[in-house]
Design a protein. Structure first.
Length: 69
């Protein structure tokens, strides 16, 4: 009975160790993903600002004929 109980405890300790490792791996993955999301969010903001600046600097279309006329 004592050996059976000890085996169960050892099995539980092994499972806890594997779960702890999995939690650490997932935590690192989530951290990397948040860093990527932050970086992509900043890039999108820069692109939006660039597009807005370009749109503001473009004047209204004139009544000029295209060059092929």
């Amino acid at each position: 009975m004592a050996q059976e109980l000890e085996e169960r405890v050892v099995d539980l300790e092994i499972q806890i160790t594997h779960q702890a490792n999995t939690i650490d791996d997932l935590s690192q993955m989530v951290s990397r993903q948040w860093e990527m999301i932050d970086r992509l969010t900043r890039q999108v903001k820069l692109l939006q600002d660039s597009i807005q600046e370009l749109e503001e600097n473009i004047g209204p279309p004139g009544n000029e004929k295209p060059p092929h006329y």
